[in-house]
Design a protein around this ligand. Structure first.
Ligand code: GDP
Length: 322
C-alpha cells in the first residue's frame, strides 16, 4: 500500500477497527476514510454504494460486524445473522464494483466446527457441525468468507480473509454480564483490590485452556497480510499458545495488585476444554505475534484505568460522587 492510498476502515470505533487505525497511522498512512454508524449505515445498500462511488477507497479493512458473547448470540439471533450478512454483502460487493484494489475480511475462530481437533487448522472450516449458540453469527461469517472467495474466482477481486483467535485489549467489553473471560477477570480483580475484598470468584474449574491475542498484534498482522498476502485460503491469526484459566487468573491478580484468595465456582460452565489455532500458515508467511500475555494484560489494564472506569470510580479517585 502506498502511504497516500485511500484506506477505508469499516468499524473504526470497535476494538479491532480502532486497533487497525492505530496501526495504519503508526505506519505512516494518512489518508484514512472513517465513517461512524450515524454517518454511514452499512446495512443500507444504496448508502454503501454511494459511499464507494463518491470516495473510491483503494483498500478496505472490513472490521464492522455485530459481535457479542453467548448471551447476546442466544437472545438476538436475528440481529446477528441479518446485520452481519447485510454489512458484509454490501461492502464486499460495492468494493468489487468500485475499483477497490484489496479488501480484508475478518472471520473468527469461533466459527470453526464445535468439535474441531486442536490446534485448529484452516481446513477444518465446514468440516463438522457448528457450535449451536452462535450458529447464526457463524453462518453469516462463513458466507462472508465464501463471498470473498467467490468474488476472487468470478471477478478476480483481491479479497483476503483472516481468522482471529480470542482478542483482548483497549476498547474491550468490561461488562461482567456479556464480556469474555479476560476483561471480566480484569474487572473482577480490579474491583476486589479496590474494595479490599478477600475473595474473587472465577467461573468453572480453572482448567479449560484458551488462547488470547492482543488486539494490536492482530492489527499488525492485518496490515502485514494486506500488503503481503493475496490468495483464496483463509489465514488463522493467533498467539500460537494457550494458557489455563487458573494461570490467567494468577496473571491478572498480579497485574491488578489483588492479593486475596481465588475461588472456583464449578457450578458455572467450563465450556470447551481447549481452543487454540494452528498459526503455521501465518508464521510461514513471515509474521509472528509480538506482545506477551503479561505485557498485553498490563497495557489493557492501563487502558481500563484511564478509559473504562469513570473518574469518580477510579481507585485513586478521591472525592467520589457517590
Ligand atoms: P469461551 O471461550 O467461548 O468459552 O468464552 P469465555 O471467554 O466467556 O469463557 C472462557 C472460560 O473462562 C470458560 O471456561 C469460563 O467458565 C471461564 N471464566 C472464568 N471466569 C469467568 C468470568 O468471569 N467471565 C467469563 N466470561 N468467563 C469466565
Amino acid at each position: 500500500m502506498e502511504k497516500e492510498a485511500r484506506i477505508y476502515v469499516a468499524g473504526h470505533r470497535g476494538m479491532v477497527g480502532s486497533a487497525i487505525v492505530r496501526q495504519l497511522r503508526q505506519n505512516g498512512f494518512t489518508n484514512l476514510l472513517l465513517r461512524t454508524r450515524e454517518e454511514l449505515d452499512l446495512t443500507r445498500q444504496t448508502d454503501v454504494e454511494a459511499f464507494f462511488r463518491d470516495r473510491r477507497p483503494d483498500y478496505v479493512f472490513l472490521a464492522a460486524a455485530r459481535v457479542g458473547g453467548i448471551h447476546a448470540n442466544r437472545t438476538y439471533p436475528a440481529d446477528f445473522i441479518y446485520n452481519n450478512l447485510a454489512i458484509q454483502t454490501n461492502v464486499i460487493d460495492a468494493a468489487s464494483r468500485y475499483g477497490v484494489r484489496k479488501l480484508l475480511f475478518l472471520g473468527s475462530s469461533c466459527i470453526y466446527p464445535r468439535e474441531s481437533p486442536q490446534p485448529i487448522k484452516e481446513e477444518y472450516l465446514l468440516a463438522g457441525p457448528l457450535e449451536e449458540t452462535n450458529q447464526w453469527y457463524a453462518v453469516a461469517k462463513i458466507a462472508g468468507l465464501m463471498m470473498v472467495q467467490a468474488y476472487r474466482r468470478q471477478y478476480g477481486f483481491h479479497g483476503i480473509s483472516l481468522m482471529p483467535t480470542n482478542l483482548y485489549g483497549p476498547g474491550d467489553n468490561f461488562d461482567l454480564a456479556t464480556s469474555h473471560v479476560l476483561p471480566a477477570l480484569l474487572r473482577k480483580f480490579h474491583d476486589a483490590a479496590a474494595e479490599g475484598r478477600p475473595e474473587v470468584t472465577v467461573w468453572g474449574s480453572g482448567r479449560p485452556r484458551r488462547e488470547f491475542l492482543y488486539v494490536d498484534d492482530l492489527a499488525e498482522a492485518a496490515v502485514f497480510l494486506m500488503e503481503e498476502y493475496d490468495a483464496e485460503e483463509i489465514v488463522n491469526v493467533g498467539a500460537g499458545k494457550d494458557i489455563s484459566i487458573a494461570e490467567l487468573a494468577e496473571l491478572i491478580a498480579e497485574t491488578t495488585g489483588y492479593q486475596g484468595r481465588i475461588v472456583y465456582d464449578t457450578s458455572m460452565p467450563d465450556g470447551t476444554p481447549r481452543k487454540l489455532l494452528d498459526i503455521s500458515r501465518l508464521t510461514a508467511l513471515g509474521w509472528k505475534p509480538r506482545t506477551s500475555l503479561r505485557e498485553g494484560i498490563r497495557k489493557t489494564y492501563e487502558w481500563f484505568l484511564s478509559e473504562a472506569e469513570p473518574p469518580e470510580r477510579r481507585r485513586s479517585g478521591a472525592g467520589s460522587l457517590f
